[in-house]
Design a protein around this ligand. Structure first.
Ligand code: G
Ligand code: G
Ligand code: MN
Ligand code: NA
Length: 250
């Protein structure tokens, strides 16, 4: 398809860029780091959302070079931020099937000089479904390097509880569907309370996604979430637009 050819040609050009969305501590002020989010501005079609082109990349084998570019670019960006700010990168299932993901991550870290502990990878529950064996070894190897592993979109997938037990997660990201209904649905508040309590007892940190209102932020703080992310606090922006705190001597 033409779009696949266009995507292949776009890798490494300004058409493809990472935007960065700030992740804040529960106080809503202390910056923890950023999530890198891929953006494609097609020369004639304009912006195309990741949900529309990532599947194309996965089916066409382009996800390997694209995923490598994302990791290289995100690590290089984060190496320019003051420590201990982190960068979170989303991974897709096809990247685990390539078999060389650990090497790709190591190369991105080595080339950028970023400490492994400042890189976080985000994977979804659905990614783990049916891929458990090949993913287990890879996640253990990433964990051994010091890379942090977050479960993205938590609570919307399948069989999430056994995944928390079987894989070396450091963080769960509560899906924004929960945040959306937090203020008007007592059941949702109970679910969030249970997720936080479960994560706590397993030693995991809890991020809440999709924070759009002050009321949501307050409830998430009251429920003991460790990290907040959402348009209320920051939208994803290009690297040049980040206003993170500079090191004291800079
Ligand atoms: O930024 P936006 O809401 O459009 O992202 C939509 C989806 O695309 C999210 O689920 C996000 O995880 C995914 N996504 C964004 N950037 C990347 C990326 O670099 N790699 C992969 N595999 N998924 C991404
Ligand atoms: O699936 P994942 O969590 O990686 O998706 C991240 C996506 O969520 C990004 O595309 C980002 O643009 C989007 N996002 C981040 N914060 C908010 C928010 O407060 N509201 C909504 N609707 N989307 C958000
Ligand atoms: Mn994510
Ligand atoms: Na998510």
């Amino acid at each position: 398809r033409q779009l696949i050819r266009d995507l292949r040609a776009a890798i490494g050009t300004p058409q493809l860029a990472l935007h960065y969305q700030a992740l804040y501590a529960a106080d809503g002020r202390t910056l923890n780091g950023y999530e890198a989010l891929l953006r494609w501005r097609h020369p004639t079609r304009g912006p195309i959302a990741p949900v529309d082109f990532i599947p194309l990349a996965e089916d066409s084998g382009l996800i390997a070079p694209l995923g490598r570019w994302v990791l290289d670019t995100a690590c290089a960006a984060a190496a320019g931020w003051p420590a201990p700010l982190t960068v979170a990168v989303n991974l897709s299932a096809a990247q685990f099937s390539e078999g060389d993901l650990v090497e790709v991550v190591q190369q991105a870290l080595a080339a950028s000089g970023l400490a492994a502990t400042r890189l976080e990878v985000e994977i979804t529950e659905s990614l783990l479904l049916g891929h458990t064996d090949e993913v287990t070894g890879t996640l253990r190897a990433l964990d051994a390097l010091g890379v942090k592993i977050a479960m993205d979109d938590f609570g919307t997938g399948y069989s999430s509880l056994s995944y928390l037990w079987r894989f070396p997660f450091h963080k769960v990201k509560i899906d924004r569907a929960f945040t959306l209904h937090l203020a008007d649905d007592a059941k949702v508040r109970l679910i969030v309370k249970s997720i936080v309590s479960l994560a706590r007892s397993l030693g995991l940190r809890v991020n809440a996604e999709g924070v759009e209102t002050e009321a949501q932020m307050r409830l998430l703080q009251e429920h003991g979430c460790d990290e907040l992310q959402g348009f209320l606090l920051a939208r994803p922006v290009p690297l040049e637009s980040l206003a993170h705190p500079v090191a004291a001597d800079a």
